[in-house]
Design a binder for this molecule. Structure first.
Ligand code: ADP
Ligand code: ZN
Ligand code: ZN
Length: 754
């Protein structure tokens, strides 16, 4: 009898933009079976014992090496079956099963499949996101070794010169503690440069050692919970274990982090793992320190500066359960775990939770899906909830927790609006406000000035003829960076020298117009020559250790002026800041998309919230050309919650998200007419599907890096309908877009519509 048993067919996700899976055979059967050889030979093709491979052992989530388009690629097993739509003899056989146990758990596989479907992204490109890069490429699991640093004999005895403060602090730390893990260096604010210098001098060495058996102790909280905090913890304890979503809406400084810590403590004691997502880890060294001070247990900390190997080690430690706590930015959501009990999304409103390319996911939304799949609790914490989350809380999907008071002895800052019309301004600051700054400094306290524009000045203008330095590649002005001595485009990063002579009229009066952080910091230094000025923006914090160092310095400083962008708004705790000044509130109100008001409310509330977070009472001053602006007034008078609930009611009236669903189609081409035309064709193509289409219209930055950008917004009251439309778009684009030099993307639940 030929081929008595049915073939085993493996359905595999392959990293390709094609929107489907591919079928392969587990075994190749030699076709020339004849009466001399009645049983077809089964070729052994697997490194793992082929006879052990059966549909029972072939679990979804295994990595499988297969031939694909003339190459060998690493795919992921989705399913085993006995039937394929393709005739068996046309199927290729796999090359190798790479793992004995699935690397992607059944739960994570479900999550990734859900995400691929929801965000309309190819399965083969979505699944690998759940793996670290080296494993994605087919690499082996690593031995779980850890790298640490210690002093050499020379390093212990050497006297480091007083000028080398950073080296001294490393030496002192090691003399006391003995060693520190390489993974902790960012938290400790030890920079690679300094470590390597000391290593080169023979003072330091790094060494590999096995990960210690997970020590696990919890330092009791030094704080006594206040009533509001205690009530939440009790509610959590009373809830039955398993899935439950909470919105923790707590005003700035209300002790949300303390609540997180106490919840995590309970999860760990129950033998489970906790996952914490934060907006930007480089910006939250203090949060990490608070976690480390409380929990003495292995943590997997994911951030953008890890090497591929480090990332994989952490991933493995989270998967094995060795790491009890997983902390990271949005992609840490995809970390393997073995027993997840709680997910916390800190600053859940933060836009950095939305991935802006490839699989355009919202880590917050996927975290809710994951929590459900894992049967774990999830807490979304913020002082300024997103409207989506507020509506989920109003509808009862999320339990709504409130912390209405600042913790400890801290009080909410007193807010005032300064009308700057016709006032004398000094580098963007009203004279009276300068006096407030001076008074703050004289008390030995700190002042934070917020301006959402980095660089020296936003424009270089010819005073004679009005010529403005524009980027050649974008519809945008070049920003002046004085210290770097160049003009830079903030959209495509193009750099040009600062022209001293006008290219249009040859005039010599080139002027810097407008104020950015660099200029403001220089102006403040000129006004207050004896005061330390900190500038905090993407330019001054791009180096890995820059932010922790700066935070330490700010903490160790009495009087100081902090000048910075929205980076300052992200959850920082500056105990000595008692005055916050917001320079251009009006700008933030002038956004174009329907989320502008929401973002304005969040940003303003967060920045104001940096003031007076400790014992000393704080103030906030908002400079405005339009102080009676109703949105501004409402926010200041009634607070964020009322402001946001009114916005939510407005959205409901207008039928905007979260009361309807959006997908944004973006098309970029070097030919503007083509981009617009193709989107028009798409619109016509999906017309029968009854979705509302807005556009096509040019993006607010119409040209970027030589590409013209057009958008089509699809709106529907039904998720299913929206998905149908997007599937139709795929059909269309597979035919229509193939031959063009175009960039096309679909963004489901878009956050940034610019
Ligand atoms: P949030 O995360 O809500 O902005 P934090 O958790 O950073 O607030 O808390 C702000 C400050 O209040 C911190 O210095 C924290 O140590 C302190 N704090 C929190 N809870 C308490 C409490 N129960 N008693 C006294 N101080 C507290
Ligand atoms: Zn000119
Ligand atoms: Zn540009």
């Amino acid at each position: 009898m030929l081929s008595s048993s049915a073939p085993i067919i493996l359905e595999i996700a392959i990293p390709t933009p094609l929107r489907r899976t591919f079928d392969y055979l587990l075994h190749v059967e030699t076709p020339q079976a004849d009466f001399l050889n009645p049983e077809p030979e089964i070729a052994l093709i697997n490194s793992i014992d082929a006879f052990a491979l059966s549909p029972d052992t072939l679990k979804p989530g295994l990595r499988i090496k297969v031939p694909f388009a003339g190459r060998e690629v690493t795919g992921i097993l989705i399913n085993t079956k006995t039937r394929s739509d393709i005739e068996t003899h046309k199927l290729k056989a796999i090359i190798e099963v790479l793992d004995t146990e699935p690397l992607i758990s059944a739960t994570l596989l479900k999550l990734m499949l859900w995400a691929a479907d929801y965000y309309q992204h190819p399965i083969g490109e979505s699944l690998p996101i759940a793996l670290p890069a080296l494993l994605r490429k087919g690499g082996p699991l690593l031995n779980e070794l850890q790298i640490s640093w210690r002093l050499t004999d020379a390093g212990r005895s050497t006297v480091i010169s007083a000028g080398a403060k950073k080296q001294q602090s490393i030496q002192q730390y090691l003399l006391k503690e003995g060693l520190f893990a390489d993974s902790d260096k960012t938290t400790l604010a030890f920079s690679n440069a300094v470590l390597n210098t000391m290593k080169d001098r023979g003072w330091l060495e790094s060494f590999e050692h096995p990960v210690e058996a997970p020590a696990f102790t919890i330092t009791p909280s030094p704080l006594k919970l206040n009533d509001e905090q205690r009530q939440l913890i009790q509610e959590y304890e009373a809830a039955s274990a398993g899935y439950q979503a909470y919105l923790l809406e707590g005003v700035t400084g209300s002790g949300k982090t303390e609540v997180y810590l106490q919840l995590i403590e309970r999860v760990l004691l129950a033998g489970k793992q906790a996952m914490i997502l934060v907006p930007e880890i480089g910006l939250t060294p203090q949060t990490l320190q608070r976690f480390k001070a409380r929990f003495n247990c292995p943590m997997a900390i994911f951030h953008s500066n890890l090497s591929d190997k480090e990332r994989q080690l952490y991933w493995q430690q989270a998967k094995s359960g060795h790491a009890k706590i997983i902390i990271g930015t949005r992609s840490a959501l995809f970390s393997a775990t073995c027993n997840l009990g709680l997910i916390i999304i800190d600053e859940e409103h933060d836009i950095s939770y939305k991935q802006q390319d490839s699989l355009r996911y919202s880590a917050r939304d996927l975290a809710c899906v994951r929590a459900k799949l894992e049967n774990a609790a999830i807490v979304l914490g913020t002082a300024t909830p997103s409207l989506e989350t507020l509506s989920n809380a109003s509808s009862g999907k999320f339990k709504h927790w409130h912390l209405t008071q600042r913790a400890g002895n801290a009080k909410a800052p007193v807010i005032s609006i300064v009308d700057i019309r016709q006032q004398t301004m000094i580098e963007g600051i009203a004279e009276d406000v300068l006096l407030d700054i001076q008074a703050t400094i004289e008390k030995g306290q700190q002042c934070l000035i917020f301006i959402n524009r980095r660089g020296f000045a936003p424009s270089l203008i010819c005073h004679d003829c009005g010529w403005i330095a524009q980027c050649h590649a974008c519809d945008a002005r070049m920003t002046v960076h004085l210290k770097a001595n160049h003009l830079r485009c903030h959209h495509c990063q193009a750099v040009e020298p600062i022209t001293r002579q006008c290219p249009s009229c040859n005039g010599q009066q080139m002027t810097f117009q407008g104020v950015g952080t660099e200029r403001l910091a220089m102006a403040m230094q000129a006004q207050f020559p004896d005061t330390t000025i900190f500038r905090i923006d993407r330019d001054t914090t791009s180096k890995k250790s820059a932010m922790p160092e700066m935070m330490n310095n700010i903490h160790n400083c009495d009087a100081a002026i902090l000048v910075g962008t929205q980076m300052l708004a992200k959850g920082h705790h500056f105990p000595n800041v008692t005055l916050v000044i917001i320079l251009e509130a009006d700008n933030a109100l002038a956004g174009i998309d329907y989320r502008a008001s929401e973002r304005f409310g969040q940003l303003l509330t967060q920045v104001i919230g940096r003031s007076g977070r400790a014992e000393k009472p704080g103030r906030a001053i908002i400079q405005s050309h339009f102080p009676e602006h109703p949105q501004l007034q409402k926010l200041i008078t009634f607070g964020y919650n009322r402001f946001a609930m009114d916005l939510l009611a407005e959205r409901q009236q207008l039928g905007l998200p979260p009361y309807s669903f959006h997908a944004l189609l973006r098309l970029e081409s070097q030919n503007a007419a083509e981009a617009q035309q193709i989107l028009e064709e798409m619109q016509r193509y999906i017309q029968p599907l009854n979705c509302l289409c807005l556009g096509p219209y040019p993006a607010s930055l119409q040209r970027r890096a030589y590409y013209y950008r057009y958008q089509l917004l699809i709106q529907s009251n039904h998720r299913g309908q929206l998905k149908q439309a997007l599937q139709a778009i795929h059909q269309f684009s597979e035919k229509r877009l193939r031959s063009h030099k175009l960039r096309f993307s679909i963004d489901v639940d878009p956050q940034d519509m610019s």
